[in-house]
Design a protein. Structure first.
Length: 182
């Protein structure tokens, strides 16, 4: 009888200890899933049409579409209009170029590289810069990102396929920069 009372006392002490310890606040800001990678104070993003300094048609529209899809796919943020957004992600396509990397003996291009250079600015509703992963105290207002993609005309590839690949990679890099710094 005494042994049963001791076991009941021990089990109730352990049970109460577990309840007490689980009720203590610890790691209050911890979140699960992809929500832990992104800012908890930002829920919505507005992505205006990319400003393009390129003479190639529709690059700005294609990059905007790729970035919006990537944000919706990989982040907890929702894309909304400018009036109801917590933040604005502005992009500017500064330059695009292509250059021949190798030629055959008849001076026909065999490997061509397509390059893009963009500037990114992510600000909150007050106009404060959000996206800054620089350890330098005087952080720039814009984040500069470059991307290139190669294509081989002899292999059936075209400038359009190389641009599409580069734009998708740019969108991945931009959304990757939206994550919180560790």
């Amino acid at each position: 009888m005494v042994l049963i009372k001791e076991l009941d006392l021990q089990s109730s002490v352990i049970f109460l200890s577990v309840i007490f310890l689980s009720s203590l606040p610890c790691c209050a800001g911890y979140q699960l899933g992809n929500r832990s990678l992104y800012r908890p104070d930002i829920r919505t993003v507005h992505v205006p049409m990319v400003q393009s300094d390129s003479y190639r048609r529709h690059l700005g529209e294609r990059l905007t579409e790729a970035v919006v899809k990537e944000i919706e796919l990989k982040t907890p943020y929702k894309i909304v209009d400018s009036d109801s957004a917590d933040s604005v992600l502005s992009l500017r396509l500064v330059s695009d170029s292509k250059r021949v990397l190798s030629e055959n003996r008849f001076d026909e291009p065999r490997d061509i590289e397509s390059d893009f250079f963009i500037q990114v600015s992510w600000v909150d509703r007050r106009g404060d810069l959000i996206m800054s992963h620089n350890d330098v105290p005087a952080a720039p207002l814009l984040l500069n990102i470059g991307q290139q993609a190669n294509f081989v005309p002899e292999g059936g590839q075209s400038l359009a396929t190389a641009q599409h690949e580069a734009l998708l990679r740019l969108a991945e890099q931009i959304v990757g920069q939206m994550e919180l710094a560790w």
